[in-house]
Design a protein around this ligand. Sequence first.
Ligand SMILES: N[C@@H](CCC(=O)N[C@@H](CS)C(=O)NCC(=O)O)C(=O)O
Length: 217
Amino acid sequence: MSGVKLVYFNGRGKAELIRLALAYIGLEFEDVYLKEKSEVEKLRSDGHLLFQQLPLLEIDGKRIVQSGAILRYLARRGGIYGNSNDESTRIDELFEGTRDFYGPLLGMVFRPEEDVLKDAKEKVLPRYLPAFNKVLEETGSGYLVGKSLTIADLGLIETLLVLVEYLGDQILTGYPQLQSFYKNMTSDEKIASFLLGPHRHPKNDQTYVDTVKRILY
Ligand SMILES: N[C@@H](CCC(=O)N[C@@H](CS)C(=O)NCC(=O)O)C(=O)O
């Protein structure tokens, strides 16, 4: 096992935030996209997937699964996980909030026929947009916790990027702190170069949805 490898399906899903985190903390890595069911089955039968699921990060001779564990590992390694137990706990609260916010948005891509979009607009957005806007207003630093970027900010910007991409930037109207956060984060040098670079996976489209369904179901 050599070099850093992120193994996932050919899409964003639970891997995109890991790609952003790897790029942000400056680790060179290779994206390994599995496109066939046989490739996933091989990893499973080789015993490389603890719970039979992806993503999988190979790094420094280790194999790590569970996106939350991978992201925290990278956050600790890159110094974007706070400086005390209290700070890390606050980061966890907000980071978990971004993951709960992001989850239903993935459903917009996979199950548009099930009114997921309507549900997202009526239930998910009113729960998370005001809450994150308020936190940013309280810290006043442009970041969710303290005065510098943490993994919680990366979680939030990835969620907002998907939201704006699918629903348009008017979705942030009425949330001034989130609008400035979106603007500042997308113009951050490291984030902007990730967004323009080779690791940013293109918007999930029907081909992607079909491929994932073919591999998984
Ligand atoms: N809690 C796990 C969930 C991983 C997960 O649901 N992976 C999906 C793809 S996004 C998968 O591998 N599904 C195949 C399966 O469950 O057999 C994580 O966050 O990494």
